[in-house]
Design a binder for this molecule. Structure first.
Ligand code: CMP
Length: 220
């Protein structure tokens, strides 16, 4: 828990008291952790696994806003403003999470200004990513859209090793399409093209960016 960015400044005793007051939950792939438009009174911290944050548009199409991983939190928006949940949060792998009641979290924020600052930093970072996503969604070319979603996944959940970045393929091609606001066929076509050009390699359940810096320069 001490490795969660917003809790980095807490002492061991403070961390212990959070753990004592929180609930440990387990989810299977495809379980819904929270529903858009429901009232919410807790914040969640992912201990392991991946969670997608998504909304459904008026054509019942899924729009993915973010994919969160170990040590990320979600559910803070309703806790902070008392409004309904802004999106669904759905497990896309097995997930273990800690659930912290709103009043406990708000109490922590009041007592630890550093947590508030870390929380603001993380929310700013999400806003920047979302701004970037809006730009890439409005791109008309498919290659740019698919490259943006690969870059975002690399930043959020990729593992860097010697200039390469490995992205576990927990997200299906349909989910990647819903992230990039394009079709599954486009994802499939552009991934094959990137593979042919040596920009990525594919290994059954992984996408590997062969030269992350070069990929970034080419597409951001
Ligand atoms: P809340 O609105 O309580 O419930 C849904 C959660 O999804 C929300 O809090 C945030 O934690 C998370 N969320 C909503 N929009 C985004 C986004 N654009 N990027 C990352 N996380 C988000």
């Amino acid at each position: 828990l001490g490795e969660v960015s917003i809790f980095e400044t807490l002492t061991d005793d403070e961390l212990k008291s959070i753990i004592e007051r929180s609930q440990l939950l387990s989810y299977k792939k495809d379980d819904v952790v929270l529903f858009e438009s429901e009232l919410g009174n807790a914040l969640y911290i992912i201990l392991d696994g991946f969670v997608k944050i998504s909304r459904t548009n008026e054509d019942y199409k899924e729009v993915i806003l973010a994919i969160l991983a170990e040590r990320d939190f979600f559910g803070e928006m309703s806790v902070l403003d008392g409004a309904v949940r802004s999106a669904d949060a759905i497990a896309i792998s097995k997930v273990h999470a800690l659930k912290i009641a709103a009043e406990d979290f708000l109490d922590l924020l009041e007592k630890n200004p550093k947590i508030s600052l870390a929380l603001l930093r993380e929310m700013v970072s999400r806003l920047r990513k979302t701004d970037h996503q809006i730009k890439s969604i409005s791109l008309s070319d498919a290659i740019g859209k698919v490259a943006s979603v690969i870059l975002r996944l690399a930043n959020d959940v990729g593992r860097q090793r010697r200039g390469r970045v490995e992205i576990d393929n927990f997200a299906s091609q349909q989910e990647m399409a819903n992230y990039a606001a394009t079709s599954r066929e486009t994802i499939s076509r552009v991934l094959s093209m990137f593979e042919r050009d040596g920009l990525i390699e594919r290994d059954m359940n992984k996408i590997i960016i062969t030269d992350f810096e070069a990929f970034k320069q080419k597409f951001s």
